[in-house]
Design a protein around this ligand. Structure first.
Ligand code: UDP
Ligand code: MG
Length: 313
């Protein structure tokens, strides 16, 4: 749970989670990441974590944003299944067992779908509708509600996903790129009772930019030259053709070409083409560094099956 100034919600949230999971008889640990709160949430979490054994409080030094807080949570979580939810009581802990049983049907990620979302219509619901549609079109994962924080993950899935920017809402898309099995489940959603939302309309633009990143990662992460090289070649090709035409006019027909806009276009096309092409080469180098420095293979293995030596029979 990422926590940023949610002091009023913390006590009821902790007890709601504990009650639900104890009723199910599931072993669990609650990981709360305080994202540099200024309202005493950090102190409260620290106290609680010293008092009860089912809570791990991770206190960040300053406010990094929800994505970073969630990444920290993933890092410190130790269970084989991880459930994320907001620290503002908008998600309902009573939905956790439902998500987990869905996960046990063999999915790697189960995403909550706030069918009855309780947020402002114009500033939140509408942008969110558009964003969900766009994300679905671009990433090829069709969920109704990417923004819902209530999700369940298999731990090994998040272990090798790196989060930047506001990428937490793209986790299903990123997981899909990694070949995960994904599904969604309608969940409850409540209006905010305490505190204020940390987001407004400004988030929409950031989501669009993150979407561009995800699109690029999905399509071209391991072959950037195929994008930039192709664009560069196209630009160089067109520039060369037009340049030859101008050369013919000048040398063949003796026309003056110095004052023609076409000449400028030729120069721009050729320069851009060369730049795009070299950009592609650089991107290839970067991509190799990215994968090799982290020992990050370009594929993901779900399972290796083998009845030979080493495995107990
Ligand atoms: N949050 C955070 N760091 C931030 C902003 C938000 O950890 O910089 C947490 C916040 O405490 C809440 C969750 O992220 O638990 C979602 O934030 P919020 O409820 O404001 O978003 P909304 O539900 O309005 O989309
Ligand atoms: Mg909220």
């Amino acid at each position: 749970m990422p926590i940023y100034n949610e002091i009023e919600s913390i006590p009821s949230l902790l007890s709601a989670i504990a009650t639900t999971l104890q009723a199910e008889g599931l072993p669990y640990e609650i990981v709360c990441v305080d994202d540099g709160s200024e309202d005493g949430s950090a102190e409260l979490l620290k106290q609680e974590a010293q008092r009860r054994s089912d809570l791990r409080a991770v206190l960040l030094r300053r406010n990094y944003g929800q994505t970073a807080a969630m990444a920290a949570g993933f890092h410190y979580a130790q269970a084989p299944a991880i459930v994320t939810l907001d620290g503002d009581l908008q998600n309902d802990p009573a939905d956790i067992p439902l998500l987990l049983s869905k996960l046990n049907e063999g999915y790697d990620l189960v995403s909550g779908w706030r069918k009855n979302r309780q947020d402002a219509a114009l500033t939140r619901l509408l942008p969110s509708k558009i964003a969900n549609w766009l994300i679905g079109r671009v990433t090829g994962v069709t969920l109704h509600d990417y923004g819902c924080s209530l999700k369940a993950y298999r731990a090994e899935l998040v272990a090798d996903m790196n989060l930047y920017g506001e990428l937490h809402r793209f986790l299903p898309a990123l997981a899909f790129i990694e070949g995960a099995r994904i599904t969604e489940l309608p969940v409850r959603h409540h209006a905010r009772r305490f505190g204020r939302s940390k987001y407004g309309l400004g988030r929409t633009l950031r989501v669009v930019m993150d979407l561009a990143t995800v699109f690029f990662m999905k399509k071209f992460l391991t072959r950037p030259m195929h994008v930039f090289g192709l664009l560069g070649l196209g630009s160089i090709g067109l520039g060369t053709l037009l340049g030859l035409y101008l050369t013919f006019l000048k040398l063949g027909l003796g026309q003056s070409i110095g004052d023609r806009p076409l000449l400028i276009l030729v120069v721009v096309l050729l320069l851009t083409g060369v730049q795009l092409f070299s950009f592609g080469l650089l991107a290839e180098l970067l991509m190799r560094t990215y994968h090799e420095s982290q020992g990050r293979p370009i594929y993901r293995v779900r399972e290796v099956v083998n009845r030979g030596a080493g495995s107990p029979t």
